[in-house]
Design a protein around this ligand. Structure first.
Ligand SMILES: Cc1cc2nc3c(=O)[nH]c(=O)nc-3n(C[C@H](O)[C@H](O)[C@H](O)COP(=O)(O)O)c2cc1C
Length: 150
């Protein structure tokens, strides 16, 4: 089983690119890392540590590739029992109130499922950051001890 499972919500590929860069870097640390772009509940319940990297679309909405996954999680409500998680949200502050809404949905859901947040949600603003992986990857590297401590 992978040490860290990364769940990706992405419309145009930015978040997916970030996840792939993160996977590569975390694997350089000797970790086994899975990246899921079409995840199901089993991928989630089998994870040792959960990372979501998600953009936002519409008005604070989740990307379509994770809509079914998230609605299945809400329906079946598989408790995480303190499993560590982290969420990186890619958004655009020009959208105002819905800024990083997709990532926020993940963070709130994992909290409701009684996961253990190892850090506050990381917000990446497309207005300020052209290369989101340059912020997300080192942030995740810093979280390795907390994500893998079990
Ligand atoms: C149609 C559309 C709607 C968007 N809506 C939001 C939004 O409500 N809130 C937000 O923070 N960002 C919003 N964004 C910005 C994206 O989340 C951001 O550009 C992100 O980097 C895209 O990553 P992706 O390629 O992985 O989907 C929107 C972008 C588009 C094109």
């Amino acid at each position: 089983m992978a040490d860290i499972s990364i769940f990706v919500g992405s419309v145009y590929g930015n978040a997916q690119h970030v996840a792939e860069q993160a996977q590569q870097k975390l694997e350089e640390h000797g970790l086994e890392v899975d990246v899921f772009t079409d995840p199901d509940i089993d991928n989630f319940t089998n994870a040792n540590a959960v990372v979501a990297i998600s953009s936002t679309t519409g008005q604070g909405d989740l990307p379509p590739n994770v809509e079914l996954f998230v609605s299945d999680l809400r329906d079946t409500f598989p408790l995480m029992n303190g499993k560590p998680f982290a969420v990186a949200a890619l958004g655009d502050s020009s959208y105002g109130d819905t800024y990083c809404g997709g990532g926020r949905q993940f963070f709130e859901l994992f909290t409701e499922l009684q996961g253990s947040a190892v850090a506050d949600m990381l917000e990446i603003d497309a207005c300020e950051t052209l290369e989101p992986e340059e912020e997300v990857v080192p942030w995740l590297e810093g979280l390795i001890p907390a994500l893998t401590k079990a």
